[in-house]
Design a protein around this ligand. Sequence first.
Ligand code: CUA
Length: 330
Amino acid sequence: VNLRNPAALILACLPLGACEWRIQNALAPAGPHADIVATLSWVMFIGGGLIFVFVMALSAYAVWAPAERRAWLGHRRTIIAGGLAFPIVTLTALLIYGFFIFRGLHVEDEPLAARIEVIGERFWWRVNYYGEDGELLFVTANEIRMPTGRPVLFVLKAQDVIHSFWVPALAGKLDMIPAHVNEYAFAAERPGVYRGQCAEFCGAQHTKMAFYVVALLPDEYEAWVAEQMEPADEPDTPFLEQGKRLFLANGCGSCHRVAGTPADGLLGPDLTHIGSRLSLAAGVLPNNIGTLGGWISSAQHIKPDNLMPSFGNLQGEELRAIAAYMESLK
Ligand code: CUA
C-alpha cells in the first residue's frame, strides 16, 4: 500500500473495522465504571484539544500580526490572565469535576454479585472464587468469568513483584502489590469477552501476561460456577486414559492441581477445567490440542523465564495423549 495516497490509506484502514477493537478498548466501555473513565478521557481530550488550537492560533497571531495590533499580547494584564488565572481556574474546575464524576466509582451501597480474588504471578493470573461465607469455591487461571448487571468485588494481590490489573473495557487499572491487598469493585453491563493486560512491567514476559474476562448473563454464570466446582472429568477413551497416566508419571501434578486426581500441586495454574478456557499461557495462545502440545513441549521457547519447564523429552505420541487429556478437561 502506498501510504502517501490518501485513497489507498483509507482503503487499507477499512479491514480494521472488522477487528475486535472493542475487546480491549477504554473508549468502548462495556460497563458503568469504564463509562466514567471514558467520559473523563473525552472531556480532557476535547478540552485539551481546544486549548491547544487556541494557543497555536495566538502563537501565529503573535508572530505574523502587525506589531501595533499584537502589542496587547505582551501586556502585564494579558500575561496574568492567560498565564496564571486561566490555568488555575481550568485545572481547579477539572479537579472538582474529576472528584465529582469519580464518586460514581464507589459501589458501597450496591449488593455485590461475586467476590473474586486475583493474584498476579510471574507471568500469569491465579483466580480464586469465594462463596458468600468466605469459603474458597474453586480456582482457575488467566480467565475471569463474571455475571453482568451487578458489581463484582475483585480482591487484588501479588505473589512476587508488582503487577497491574487492567481490563480497559470494564474499569481503570489498579496495581497488585506484594504484601498488600487492593480491592476494586466494578460491573459489566453487556455480556461479552473482554481482554485484560498486566499494566506494570514485571519482568521478561510482562507483555505476555494477559487474560480474558467473560461476562455472562447471571443464570449462565451460575451454571458455569456449578461446572467449575465439579472435579475433573474422568477419561473415557484408552487414549485419554494414557494421557492422564503420562500427565501423572511426568510429574505435572507436583506443580498443577487436577481436582479428583492425585495431581495436587499449587505452584502453577489449576488445570481441573483447563479445556474450557479460551487461552493458554495467560492469553498468549488460543486453547486447542495443537497449542497445548506446543506449550507442554516448548514453554520456555514460547515464554522464556516463565516457571513452566519445556518437556522436550516427550515423544510425539505421548505429547498428543497428554494434550488430548488436557483438552478433555472441560
Ligand atoms: Cu505482570 Cu507485568
